[in-house]
Design a protein around this ligand. Structure first.
Ligand SMILES: [Zn+2]
Length: 174
């Protein structure tokens, strides 16, 4: 039964009949739950994947491009933000895989599942911004007492509680 476009395991038996054969495959696959820092792909996220495959004498090269939505927290104003990431990758599948750069075929197919996930993780923003010129929290967004701190009656009660915890038993003078 065909699961149209849902798998990143791409059959290549036909492609491999002749070196130099090329094909382009497009897939839309679930990509939810990947995260780096505060940035992640939403649980129900779908990634658009384009794969350009080329048959070689002893393998298949794949150039991939993936686009996926992400959500996160702006590093300056801490508001929720998000966008679309775009990442590219390249893989070489070989009849003689080396466990590193030359990947193994999966039967008569190449499996790009891990490649796409890795590309999306690398494409997530390490320090998200809601917009490039975000200047941080709106004034007044957080209650910060700057002026009037000399007045003990205006000390934030949370800090006052911390003051009460501060003592030094070796210094009776306080
Ligand atoms: Zn912001």
């Amino acid at each position: 039964m065909s699961s149209r476009g849902a798998s990143l395991r791409i059959p290549v038996a036909e492609l491999r009949r002749r070196p130099g054969n090329r094909s382009t495959v497009e897939r839309t696959v679930p990509i939810g739950g990947l995260a780096v820092g505060t940035a992640s792909t939403p649980a129900d996220a779908m990634a658009d994947v384009r794969l350009d495959l080329e048959s070689q004498h002893d393998g298949v090269t794949v150039r991939g491009r993936v686009r996926a939505p992400w959500i996160g927290e702006c590093r300056r104003c801490l508001e929720p933000t998000g966008g679309e990431l775009e990442a590219e990758f390249a893989e070489v599948f070989s009849d003689h895989p080396d466990g590193a750069e030359l990947l193994a075929f999966d039967g008569d197919a190449v499996d790009l599942t891990d490649s796409v996930r890795d590309a999306v993780v690398l494409g997530l923003p390490l320090a998200p911004l809601c917009r490039s010129d975000c200047s941080g929290p709106e004034p007044g967004a957080f209650p910060v007492r700057v002026e009037g701190t000399a007045d003990p009656g205006r000390v934030d009660p949370r800090w006052a509680a911390l003051d009460e915890l501060r003592f030094d038993p070796d210094s009776p003078d306080g």
